[in-house]
Structures are given as structure tokens and as C-alpha cells.
Design a binder for this molecule. Structure first.
Ligand SMILES: [Mg+2]
Ligand SMILES: [Zn+2]
Length: 229
């Protein structure tokens, strides 16, 4: 297990093992798969719903549940749309770095498993550890299921803060990588945050320290320079 300097303690003599958590939509995928699918297949009926969620007036669970009711496309039609979406630069190299240093990675998402798994498969990314909401297709309708909801904060469908607490071991350095408002609960748990877009904005508003990034090569570089020596 790799050890890292505990910079928070102001000393390099104490080391901690690392565990990495990454958001999926808009972080590993480029752009956001869920938003792309709902925007396309809900015919813009989801826009008002997403606005209510961003204003904190409905929960993530309620937002996703409403968005799913607007969908009449089949799973196959939606999966075909994934061909237009790419993996953010450097993710493969970052995975290799984590693997070669025996650092665990968990993907934590408030999106839906069917498109996450289909996207990872078509991108040749296998055997990743993913936690998300689940999709049920019944008679061409899409229903979300929330297996982690009861453990979480009551607002998120899958609460990233809860997943991180539950998957971490005492003393580990918890690294979080994300880009949006659905990552908010991770901020209270992570020791080190890589943020971009709306998550970076949220960090600034809440005066939470973060490192900005454009791609995973930059994050890998940070790990090599600061955490893996
Ligand atoms: Mg995201
Ligand atoms: Zn939460």
C-alpha cells in the first residue's frame, strides 16, 4: 500500500494510504452522459426540473425520478447516443498509475447504472468499482431505483459523502475528483478535492480548498509529484 505525506499535519514523517473517489458524468465522461441523454430524449422537458434541483428546491432523487418520466426512448436508443461521448484525456494513464501503486478507485455517481456501464464497456474500461442509482426498463419506460438512498443524506439519490465514509478505512487520505453540484456531499468528507466547473464554483463559495484540473494527466502528475514519493 502506498503511503503519502500528511500535508495537513504539516509534516512529511507521517504517511497515510490513499483511496480515490471519482464522479462519472462530466468528470470521466466528456460531456456529462446523463445530461446529454436527458436533454436529448426528454425533449427539453427536463430543463425546468433540473433548474429546481440546482436551486435546491427538489432533491436529486426527485429530480432524477421526474426526468425519467419524460423518457420514452428504449435502452438501445439511449446507448447508441453514447458513441458521441468520450473519456476525459488521461483517464487510462491515471488508472494505470493507481493500479501500479495499489491505490483503490471507486466511481461514485448520482446517475444511472445502465449508461455508466455501457459507456465504460464501449470505452474498454472494465472491472471498475461503480456505485450509482439503478435503471429499470419496464415496457419501454425508465424507472430509477435508489439502492443507497436510505444510507445517505436524504437529498442525494446516491450520496457521495455517505459512499466515501462507508468505503474508506480509518486513516486513509480520501481524494475526490468531480465537476458538479451532485458532488457536494463529498466535500465534507474528502481530504483532497480536485474540482472543475460547478464543483469548483461551489468550493469557492464555501471556501473549501481544491485543486483545479482540465484532464487526468494533470491529476496523475500531481499524484507523482506530491503523493507518491
Ligand atoms: Mg459530474
Ligand atoms: Zn448527499
Amino acid at each position: 500500500m502506498n503511503r503519502v505525506p500528511d500535508s495537513t499535519a504539516g509534516t512529511t514523517s507521517y504517511h497515510r494510504p490513499i483511496r480515490v473517489f471519482s464522479d462519472f458524468d462530466g468528470t470521466i465522461s466528456l460531456p456529462d452522459v446523463g445530461a446529454t441523454l436527458f436533454n436529448h430524449f426528454a425533449g427539453q422537458r427536463n430543463y425546468g426540473t433540473v433548474r429546481l434541483w440546482m436551486e435546491g428546491r427538489i432533491s436529486s432523487r426527485e429530480c432524477l425520478t421526474r426526468e425519467c418520466t419524460y423518457i420514452t426512448a428504449s435502452r438501445e436508443e439511449m446507448v447508441a447516443k453514447l458513441n458521441q461521448i468520450e473519456v476525459r484525456t488521461g483517464f487510462n494513464q491515471f488508472l494505470e498509475l493507481l493500479n501500479s501503486n495499489a491505490i483503490p478507485l471507486h466511481i461514485v455517481s448520482d446517475g444511472l447504472d445502465f449508461y455508466i456501464n455501457a459507456f465504460l464497456d464501449k470505452s474498454g474500461l472494465h472491472n471498475l468499482d461503480v456505485y450509482s442509482n439503478r435503471a429499470c426498463f419496464i415496457h419501454q419506460r425508465l424507472y430509477p431505483v435508489f439502492p443507497y438512498f436510505d444510507k445517505g443524506c436524504g437529498f442525494c439519490g446516491t450520496c457521495k459523502g455517505e459512499r466515501m465514509e462507508s468505503l474508506s478505512k480509518d486513516g486513509e487520505l480520501k481524494v475526490f475528483i468531480g465537476d458538479g453540484y451532485s458532488d457536494r456531499c463529498a466535500l465534507g468528507v474528502a481530504d483532497l478535492v480536485f474540482a472543475r466547473a460547478d464543483l469548483a464554483k461551489l468550493c469557492r463559495e464555501k471556501e473549501i480548498d481544491y485543486l483545479s484540473f482540465n484532464d487526468f494527466l494533470e491529476i496523475a502528475d500531481y499524484f507523482k509529484r506530491n503523493l507518491l514519493q
